[in-house]
Design a protein around this ligand. Structure first.
Ligand code: ADP
Ligand code: MG
Length: 679
């Protein structure tokens, strides 16, 4: 038996259990050992029932005072066991369908239970806890708690993991020796054992450090290998003689200081022989589009084609319409490529692009399809970059001979993650809003406050303004406890029968969505009820009110994006957050939204409130999931593993050396097919 053996080689794992393990994606011993505990039960830390708090996972120990089966004979009986630990409060342990346990947990004897405490109306309980008598589990002080699937028990997994660990020596290692020494890592075998069954806190800490290091190392190696293909030192240098000044002069406003500075940085890049690789971060409404347009103008002036990719059809269309309008007077041909062109239209657009008739192409990810060919693309821009995966970005760049690259985002990416994603990219920040912008007045209300919000909406529309109402759901049946766009639409249509009310949501046909968005933009719709489809980039400066229903269901960063749809013109704007529940966190988050309009601050607070996993999740960036590592929390390990990755790649670009072969396998395993790694 070795790590590649099937789990069925473990004693006690038959085909039935193996099927259950498959549900957890566990096929081999290797998979089993990579099934990390989700938490631990610290057997040295027995809690008193009285001191438990609601929702906490804890270990208690006490005497069985009572044990009864309830339920009528036709239903599966429920076992209720009352435990006392002398702390003055008893706890009820509940097992549905627990008849079979009745005789094994005996009245008058001591047991320990590990589970999630629930405290309701002064009653303490635990549903389906893990239990053991005395120290039946053996002598370990810290026991792993694994993610399970129905039919598997913690004790099963522990037993099998112990078996699997027998095939791994403590000094088992797959990384080169110099790396282990230099980065002061414990051996891989030791790390595995101690992650599952820690000897003590110290060895656990060492083990965790090592395995997080490994994860981040693999992640970065994978990206570096891909990037190797795209980061050509030499790029296209645009002529210094050709400036974009005449275009800048044609804009109806003058640039903000921040815009000018960022454009200066971009021009420097464009005019140098090194390929530009720049990220522009700027809060919603800071005027990133103008910056992109100026760069595109420069590209065209210098004889190159430009491309701009946006994450949604609506946004791409909007960019297209605007660029067509402002570039045509300069004799610049702007074209569009999206998902809903007819085959004929698409063919024609592709032909124009390949022939060089098109100067600027705007589109969705339709731009990265293999049959899209440019005549000579010199600049590629991705808007709201965080919506695209590494692969899409790479594919667009590959359309040219190392074109200059600009990515724009309103979602601040932490420096650490940005560096991983974009390598040694340069970052420009637009940290100033155009003048005359007023802060959007934001209020959080409960259901009762909706009437007032509606009054506000009515008076704004009477003054010629437009309004958004945003709901978390499309229709009522999707989930309980939240208002849906459809039901709000019915309500508002009746209540505001003298106004033009429309509904927009993601399940509509593209053409229909475009039509509605277009009519809203041209002022033919007064009140738009919508789901988050309007979140990204839509620009209707005449809209001054946004009511967000069940705002507690949205992330702060998302609320900030949504709110960024208003306050884009010179009129005073209002955002009303209607809270459907009044939990502590919901109120806390609403408060942050009311106080701040700074996207960077808001996302920082978001991070604090809901933990880093969601925002810095790698998945949204098209990367494999991390099991233990967390970019935000493990920044030191990240830095160490990054320098290790650079060192490795520095002497072995494609991981072809013998000493790196196990490493190459691990990287391949982590990325699967998702990055099309050419190792
Ligand atoms: P975002 O950074 O969110 O993409 P946009 O580029 O859509 O923002 O710009 C938001 C609005 O601000 C647009 O209506 C745009 O015309 C306007 N705008 C951009 N730059 C300036 C400026 N320097 N002065 C005044 N208005 C500006
Ligand atoms: Mg934008």
């Amino acid at each position: 038996m070795d790590l590649s053996s099937s789990v069925t080689e473990i004693k006690g794992v038959g085909s039935k259990k193996a099927e259950l393990l498959e549900k957890l994606n566990i096929f081999s011993l290797n998979d089993l050992l990579a099934h990390y505990p989700r938490t631990y039960q610290d057997r040295t830390n027995i809690r008193r029932i009285r001191e438990l708090s609601n929702g906490e996972e804890a270990l208690i120990s006490g005497r069985v005072l009572r044990s009864v089966l309830t339920g009528n004979p036709y239903k599966k009986p429920v076992l209720h066991i009352l435990i006392g630990d002398g702390s003055g409060i008893n706890l009820e342990v509940i097992f549905f369908n627990g008849k079979w346990l009745k005789d094994s947990i005996k009245i008058g004897e001591e047991y320990s239970f590990f589970g999630r405490a629930e405290i309701k109306y002064g009653k303490y309980s635990m549903l389906h806890p893990e239990y053991s008598k005395g120290d039946a589990e053996g002598s370990e002080a810290i026991l792993p708690i694994y993610p399970l699937t129905e039919g598997l028990r913690q004790s099963d997994l522990r037993k099998w993991v112990r078996e699997a660990l027998k095939t791994v020596a403590d000094d088992e290692e797959y990384l080169p020796e110099w790396l282990i020494k230099k980065y002061n890592l414990c051996a891989h075998g030791y790390a595995l054992r101690n992650l599952h069954f820690p000897n003590d806190r110290q060895s656990f800490a060492e083990a965790k450090y090592r395995l997080i290091f490994d994860e981040l190392l693999m992640l970065q190696l994978g990206i570096m290998i891909v990037r190797e293909d795209e980061s050509h030192e030499k790029g296209i240098a645009f002529s210094k003689e050709k400036s974009a000044d005449e275009f800048v002069a044609s804009l109806p406003y003058s640039l903000t200081g921040a815009q000018s500075r960022v454009i200066g940085e971009i021009m420097n890049d464009l005019e140098s022989t090194k390929a530009m690789n720049r990220l522009v971060q700027g809060d919603v409404g800071s005027g990133k589009t103008a910056v992109a347009e100026i760069a595109l103008f420069k590209a065209v002036k210098c004889g190159y084609q430009g491309a701009m990719m946006a994450p949604t059809e609506i946004l791409a269309k909007q960019h297209f319409a605007e660029m067509k309008r402002i570039f045509e007077p300069f004799g610049i041909n702007v074209d569009f490529l999206g998902g809903n062109l007819t085959a004929k239209e698409r063919r024609a657009a592709l032909a124009r692009l390949a022939a060089g008739e098109t100067d600027i192409i705007v589109g969705t990810h339709a731009l990265v399809q293999p049959d899209v060919k440019f005549a000579n693309v010199g600049l590629v821009i991705t808007d709201e970059q965080h919506r695209f995966g590494v692969n899409q970005r790479k594919l667009l760049t590959e359309k040219g001979d190392s074109p200059n690259r600009l990515v724009m985002t309103a979602t601040p990416i932490p420096r650490t993650l940005a560096v991983i994603l974009y390598g040694d990219l340069d970052i420009s920040i637009i940290d100033e809003l155009p003048p005359g912008r007023q802060k959007v007045t934001t209020k959080a209300v409960t259901e009762n406050g909706r009437i007032k919000a509606y009054e506000l909406m009515r008076s704004e529309v009477k003054n010629g303004r437009q309004c958004y109402i945003v709901a978390p759901l499309i229709e009522d049946s999707e989930s309980y406890g939240a208002r849906s766009a459809e039901s709000i639409y019915e309500e508002v249509k009746t209540g505001f029968s003298d106004m033009r009310v429309s509904l927009l949501h993601g399940a509509m046909k593209q053409a229909e969505k475009d039509d509605i968005m277009g009519r809203f933009a041209s002022g033919e719709i007064d009140i738009l009820i919508s789901t988050v489809v309007i979140e990204v980039g839509i620009n209707v400066p005449n809209a001054t009110v946004m009511i967000i229903e069940n705002s507690e269901r949205f992330g702060l960063a998302q609320l900030h994006q949504l709110r960024g749809r208003i306050g884009r013109g010179s009129h005073k704007s209002y955002c009303v957050l209607v809270l459907g529940s009044d939990g502590e966190i919901a109120r806390e988050r609403a408060k942050i939204m009311c106080e701040s309009s700074d996207g960077f601050y808001i996302s920082e607070q978001d991070l604090k409130l809901r933990g880093p996993g969601e925002i810095f999740g790698t998945r949204q960036h098209g990367l494999p999931d991390m099991k233990l590592a967390d970019m935000a929390r493990h920044s030191k390990i990240l830095a160490a593993s990054q320098s290790a990755a650079k060192e490795i790649i520095g002497s072995d670009k494609k991981l072809e050396k013998a000493e790196n072969s196990a490493l190459a396998d691990a990287v391949r395993r982590l990325f699967g097919g998702s990055l099309e790694l050419q190792l």
